[in-house]
Ligand binder design. Structure first.
Ligand code: GBH
Length: 485
């Protein structure tokens, strides 16, 4: 075991927890909120009766954080967090109930804007730095109905209008902005695999209305452009007045070649190109990865000269959500994963690490350290870790209050925070934040409430919160390693 006890975090390091609006807020119509594609997706399809979540439940109630936000802030404080990453609900900030005005814009929703203003003021009063995600998957249903949402270029103006509204409402208090959360999940899972809203796929069994194999790439293109135009506005109009930093959060596993066969090494690179390079290469280097272009040909949209000028350099930092590592082999047909086969079992027949309660996640901290090194070498940007966490099996089996003992999650956080300190001190990687996912057990998308990622157990019958051991572990970790101001 490495001795990282003397390693300090850099001055100004942000430590805290992350959540997302649809996963915690509930109150889907409060203060004039209208539906998002996740409201639609999580309620049984009126025609087919199909349910899209494992338990058939939606985010209608979630952790009731719309009402219980003071309790959430108190928890953050008790866990020693100096920062909190949360997202805004687009359809609470913009009023979609009236229809667009003569300029095609929907008006701001003053009640929704005021709600988040109060919340942000409370956070700041508690000494907690707010970090806002503008888009964590809850596209206003109205925009999806109007022109297909992300499928159409018109989304760029609507996203910009929303972003401006938020910057102007909170720019004086909020200095950390994230434009998009995990565009790969939005496109691949929402428009390819149909497991996330809006549930589109070229596989007719999953999505009777169907898509074309062009859709994910078009959606991805419009997401990149929406991000870039919002950043351009921020830098021109908001930053000069208020300062602040803005960027995008991408998600990636560490893709480790299964062995040193050249075709498996190439496959791992292809997996990176598709998961990360799809976004990171245009944004940090100014072009799509060559392997993507080679696979997709004309199906990959082109940026105009003007567009790429705005896209290139459009993120102040590399926002990273990461959970696990995959061992990658050549082969496979799935374009959205780079046509690779991936898993957790190595050539020696051994599993990589401890299995989470979800099949896609095993703990493997060495992969985290390698990922940080890969990103720092490939993109030369400061890294904000905006999500990292584990779904422990004990969360699902133990009774209250024993359920607060979550040794697998504690072990995950112990090894991952240690790997991060090694990356910072021994490898020279610049890391500026660590947000654990998540503050609370919450609505876990297609898994409904059957998966728990929180450092706080939520009893959904009473909404009572029970801090788990992992919360106290992280608190102590930050105390031990923070640099005193
Ligand atoms: C993050 O995604 C999200 O930002 C956050 O909202 C979420 O709660 C958290 O992770 C925990 O999952 O259906 O087999 O393809 C992390 C990346 C991508 C991991 C989608 C789970 C779905 C598994 N996620 N993936 S599968």
């Amino acid at each position: 075991m490495a001795d990282t006890s003397s390693y300090k975090l850099p001055p100004g390091f942000l430590f805290g927890f992350a959540t997302a609006a649809y996963q915690i807020e509930g109150s889907p119509t409060a203060v004039g909120r209208t539906p998002s594609i996740w409201d639609t997706f999580t309620h049984p399809d009126p025609k087919s009766g199909i349910k899209h979540t494992k338990d058939g439940l939606s985010g209608d109630i979630a952790t009731d954080s719309f009402n219980r936000y003071k309790e959430d802030i108190a928890l953050l404080k008790s866990y020693g967090a100096n920062a909190y990453r949360f997202s805004l609900s687009w359809s609470r900030i913009i009023d979609f109930s009236k229809g667009p005005d003569a300029n095609g814009r929907d008006p701001p929703n003053e009640a929704g804007i005021k709600y988040y203003r109060t919340f942000i003021e409370e956070l700041v009063k508690a000494g907690i730095t707010p970090a806002i995600t503008l888009y964590h998957w809850d596209l206003p249903q109205a925009l999806h109905d109007r022109y297909g949402g992300w499928l159409d270029k018109r989304i760029i103006d609507d996203y910009l209008h929303y972003a401006k509204t938020a910057f102007n409402a909170y720019g004086d208090l909020v200095k950390h902005w994230i434009t998009m959360n995990e565009p790969w999940c939005v496109t691949a899972i929402g428009y390819g695999y149909a497991r996330f809203a809006p549930g589109r796929s070229s596989d007719r069994e999953k999505s009777p209305e169907g898509n074309s194999s062009i859709e994910p790439w078009r959606v991805g293109h419009n997401i990149i452009l929406s991000h870039a135009y919002a950043v351009q506005y921020f830098r021109q109009k908001v930053k000069p007045a208020h300062g602040g930093t803005i960027g995008i959060t991408l998600d990636s596993l560490y893709f480790q070649p299964y062995d040193d066969k050249p075709e498996n090494v190439a496959a791992a690179q292809r997996a990176f190109d598709t998961r990360l390079g799809w976004w990171a290469d245009p944004i940090f280097k100014g072009h799509y990865p060559a392997s993507l272009k080679a696979t997709l040909g004309e199906r990959l949209p082109n940026f105009t000269k003007e567009e790429i000028g705005i896209v290139k350099g459009s993120s102040d930092f590399f926002g990273l959500n990461t959970y696990t590592t995959n061992l990658v082999q050549d082969g496979g047909t799935d374009e959205l994963s780079g046509k690779v086969k991936s898993g957790f079992i190595g050539p020696d027949g051994k599993q990589l690490g401890t299995q989470a309660s979800v099949d896609w996640l095993q703990s493997y901290a060495p992969g985290f350290r390698k990922l940080l090194n890969y990103l720092s070498k490939t993109y030369s940007m400061p890294i904000y870790i905006t999500e990292n966490g584990f779904a422990a099996k004990s969360d699902l089996t133990n009774p209250i209050p024993e359920v607060t003992h979550d040794p697998d999650r504690v072990e995950y956080y112990r090894t991952y925070t240690e790997a991060m300190l090694q990356a910072i001190h021994e490898d020279g990687v610049e890391v500026k934040s660590y947000f654990a996912w998540s503050l609370l057990d919450n609505f876990e998308w297609a898994d409904g409430y059957t998966t728990r990622f929180g450092v706080t157990y939520v009893d959904y019958k009473t909404q009572k919160r029970y801090p788990k051991d992992s919360a106290w572990f992280l608190k102590k970790w930050f105390e031990d390693h923070q640099t005193e101001a």
